[in-house]
Write a protein that binds this ligand. Sequence first.
Ligand code: SAM
Ligand code: SF4
Length: 337
Amino acid sequence: MSNDPSQHEPLFDSFGRRHTSLRLSVTDRCNIRCFYCMPAKEVRFLPRSEILSFEEIERFVRVTAAMGVSRVRITGGEPLVRSELPTLVGKLAAVSGVEEVALTTNGMLLDEHAAPLREAGLDRLNISLDTLDAAKFEQMTRRQGLDRVLAGIDAAQHAGFTRIRLNALAIRHQTEDEVVPMVEFAIERGLQMRFIEFMPLDADAQWTDDQVLTGERIREIIEQSLGRLEPLERSDPSQPAVDYRFVEGRGTVGFINPVSEPFCGACDRLRLTAEGQVRNCLFSTTEADARKLIRSGGTDEEIFQLVRECIAAKKPGHGIDNEAFLRPQRAMYQIGG
Ligand code: SAM
Ligand code: SF4
């Protein structure tokens, strides 16, 4: 099979959405325990033998790149707990057709890894941070470590990463007081602040819709203290964030509103879990087993077919607001956010 992206049919679903972006989980392990993602105790991680090797991941990326997947975002679990991650970044950056390799991290280990990741060819970084208050950080993540994340941000900027995004998960009655300090911090540091609505993907299954602090409410909080915001024109309709800029003054703020304003109609993403299951949606209840195929000697053509069928079965939307909505079996750390 040729790896020239032009050699294969692009990856369309039955609603005409073209898939060009891959979320790649490299581990389900994590060094913190955010309450909206992981259980507090008795987390059962996958055995090492079930996790795809770098070579297996690279092969999957090579095959999907041949179908037009050009952007790869590495995630987890916490991707930086996977050893030798820069080696994987280097491999993926070299795949023909891959134009961007990005990483989403909690930043706890970024101090040590930012420079090697940059050297390996990592293009973009998203750092997740929900608060600048050390006690609140500990409450939300069930671990200490705010100082380490801040050191990680410093290291990332030192290493030459630009356009770094700071992603905060917004929870009603917890995030309201964090909004203004976080936006001010981001502007001062030249980071792109984004707020994400809480989705029903927490391992403890405690999510209720009244815990969702909507992007609209956050915008009001920002405007009350920091001045009026105006929407920026979307340069890429598949981007989940709606970006705003301050009418007077510098800085932008983005809002990812999957619950209050679903953006499924423009979704261009497929996902590969750490143990090699292909998912067509965060919320899908079915998966396609790429690992089994890869480990049983499947051909590139067979992987191509497996991915194509998985994407063809994609639903029009996640249906969170639908009465018949079913939570997926997996929590966020087991899928890859
Ligand atoms: N550990 C890395 C991190 O936290 O950035 C990467 C994986 S984490 C699952 C990716 C993103 O998912 C984080 O920004 C996190 O805030 C978000 N996330 C986790 N649980 C979520 C939930 N229930 N609803 C919405 N976003 C969630
Ligand atoms: Fe770990 Fe990221 Fe989940 Fe927090 S959101 S527990 S950092 S995987």
